[in-house]
Design a protein around this ligand. Structure first.
Ligand code: NQM
Length: 378
């Protein structure tokens, strides 16, 4: 992705002139979107600038535009694609809230929903837009995989208003269809990185899977919870959190992710029988806060696990004419369309994965980073 290199003059100008940015809700997350060409090309300088824009590290992010939660402390960097696999490139960065971490170790399917509209608004979409729901191919740099976004445009601008509701977001907005190519092993090298559908870690059966997001899927009952607790109840359960973190740290190397002490992957999803009209109930740690819903690519991974016979989530009974897996979560449900085929050699291939999200432009303007020298914490 082409970015400009930073001079002292640029460095000062970021503080004086600010940085062009757009704030969008992407799915059930919110983030600051930047053109790659508006940010420093040097990663350390870029990350330092982003911390100063978001207000990190600080639990309240009071001196920046971050929303004091991992789901609202997110950045999308977008630019033209340098190869012919896609039209635009998207790099997702998770900016730590009360830590100074800026990580590209995970992808984000929620901010992905805003990439098409943002690229269109910034003139990156060329001739796209003459046809409603024109597909835009997006190379997701975090995982080197491609998503195709279909969204509506009218009168030369993305349409944000519509009648699609997604859980975790009040009201309705225009649908954005996201279809994924070949997500299996996006971060772990293989969809089932251990080669097994189930492994046992610290006495708990785990399905370790990566169909877009590395996730450890466990039965809620094996962890001594019902699975219908609120995120706050789960976050204040110290024993559960310690058990989950021990499993996560052990799972990291098994999933080819190495030492995951300081990373936001793998995610941890606890599944139980549905209590509403879904196929499966979920509670997900991302990995230290409990998600109010479930991440997009995390949901695709869990839905895929649900289709694998013998997995910790294989309790799904699907309507045969409906290829959607409906995952219940604390604030509603998430539908992931996943199709798998069993190959002759006994392995499983994912033949289709797709989801529907919405996004909305919240603010377009100039953001002013705080001063270069971080202030004392507290
Ligand atoms: O899994 C939360 C979110 C996410 C990431 C997380 C996401 C995804 O809800 O693709 O969207 O798991 O950190 O935005």
């Amino acid at each position: 992705m082409s970015t400009k290199s930073l001079t002292i003059a640029d460095y000062t100008s970021y503080m004086v002139d600010g940085v062009p940015s757009m704030l969008l809700r992407g799915g059930s997350s919110k983030g600051a979107y930047f053109l790659a060409s508006d940010l420093p090309s040097d990663e350390a300088e870029r990350d330092d600038l982003l911390r100063r824009i978001m207000g990190s590290p600080d639990a309240r992010q009071i001196d920046g535009i971050g929303g004091a939660h991992p789901l609202t402390s997110k950045v999308a960097i977008v630019g033209p694609c340098t190869d012919d696999r896609a039209d635009v490139e998207y790099l997702f960065l998770q900016v730590g809230v009360d830590t100074d971490q800026v990580s590209d170790r995970q992808n984000c399917g929620n901010l992905l929903a805003g990439v098409g509209p943002f690229a269109y608004e910034r003139g990156l979409c060329g001739g796209l837009g003459t046809v409603p729901n024109s597909p835009l191919r997006i190379l997701m740099l975090n995982t080197d995989t491609v998503a195709t976004a279909s969204f509506s445009v009218a009168d030369g601008a993305p349409v944000y208003d519509g009648d699609t509701a997604i859980s975790g977001v009040p009201g309705t907005a225009a649908a954005i269809h996201l279809d994924f190519d070949d997500l299996g092993g996006s971060s772990c090298g293989a969809m089932l990185p251990t080669g097994n559908v189930v492994d046992v870690i610290n006495g708990v059966e785990c399905t370790m899977i990566d169909n877009g997001m590395p996730v450890v899927v466990m039965r809620a009952s094996d962890l001594g919870i019902a699975g219908d607790e609120t995120p706050t109840e789960l976050e204040t359960n110290d024993d559960l959190r310690a058990t989950l973190e021990a499993i996560r740290l052990a799972a990291g190397p098994m999933m080819n992710l190495g030492d995951v002490t300081d990373t936001t992957v793998p995610k941890l999803t606890m599944v139980s029988a549905p209590t509403r009209d879904g196929n499966l109930s979920t509670r997900t740690f991302i990995p230290h806060r409990c998600h109010e819903a479930i991440g997009v690519l995390g949901a695709v991974s869990v839905a895929t696990a649900a289709l694998l016979p013998g997995s910790t989530a294989d309790t799904v009974t699907l309507d045969p004419i409906d290829d959607r897996v409906r995952l219940e979560h604390p604030t509603g449900f998430f539908d992931a369309t996943v199709e798998i085929t069993h190959t002759d050699d006994g392995s499983v291939e994912v033949t289709r994965a797709g989801i529907v999200r919405t996004a909305r432009k919240l603010m377009d303007g100039t953001v002013f980073p705080r001063a270069v020298f971080p202030r004392a914490k507290g």
